[in-house]
Design a binder for this molecule. Sequence first.
Ligand SMILES: Nc1ncnc2c1ncn2[C@@H]1O[C@H](COP(=O)(O)OP(=O)(O)OP(=O)(O)O)[C@@H](O)[C@H]1O
Ligand SMILES: [Mg+2]
Length: 296
Amino acid sequence: MTLDRLDSTARAAGPTAGGALGGQAVRVVGASKTFNPGTRNSVDALVDITLDVAPGEFVSLIGPSGCGKSTLLRLIANLIEPTRGEVWVNDKPARQARIDQDYGMAFQQAGLFDWRTVVRNVELPLELKRWDKRKRRERAMEMLELVKLAEFASHRPWQLSGGMQQRVAIARSLAAAPALLLMDEPFGALDEMTREHMQVELLRICAETGTSVVFVTHSIPEAVFLSDRVVVMSPRPGQITEVVDIGLGHERTLDTREQPEFYARITDVREALRGVGGATDDELAIEKARRAAEER
Ligand SMILES: Nc1ncnc2c1ncn2[C@@H]1O[C@H](COP(=O)(O)OP(=O)(O)OP(=O)(O)O)[C@@H](O)[C@H]1O
Ligand SMILES: [Mg+2]
């Protein structure tokens, strides 16, 4: 299927080039987040984060567990407020962008509503935008075809596997053709083949629609394959320690994974992560296996 028919009104809500704020899809300026400030449970999660994401740009966040990646995504989504600093989305304060539903979100947990059918879960953001019934059913079915779940449209989420539920959540996040996608380890529950397929599909959709993405992952190859830039964060309190320009161009196919430049960028990100004491999925798995062997 193609997404040529994506609604132009969704695009019109996108950032205006050269606007007062520089036309960025996301602009985070000196943002810090302390949870439970002034109490015994006070946690400095993020310190002085400054980050711009250009329209159409794909930026991944990578860093050790607990470094504040999800917190940064939640700040951009205005699900929480920064303790200091500013967050802008589509040249508006993040709060306004949330009210205007300028972005789509997909999290590691699918977060589907069990009392709704699969197709009605995907329709939800379109209902909120008051699309008429026929149009939203048509779009939801297109999205389900995209994630290869059209035949499960009338199932309930609990009748699907974890990976299938995740694909429904991804379909839902794309349904309203948002100018910005915020994704928190969205492919974590998928098998390797499906994951690679979804990566290619996500890039295709973004290229067709000019969607900007902020994407959290623990996988270095995934970050490199998908991104224009990879933002490396330090352990808590999270700070941006390095931004790696990937420079593989927009055309990424399964062949991209065979190119020497792909491996060179993987090494760059791995070294940046090592510099902050971060561990990757692979390293965490090896460490876990080593400890289990020691305990035996
Ligand atoms: N609602 C909250 N209340 C208090 N502390 C919180 C809250 N949410 C997150 N934190 C703390 O903020 C820090 C950053 O958490 P966050 O979930 O952003 O990390 P992360 O980088 O996404 O980690 P992971 O890779 O494990 O998902 C952690 O120390 C966490 O305990
Ligand atoms: Mg997280």
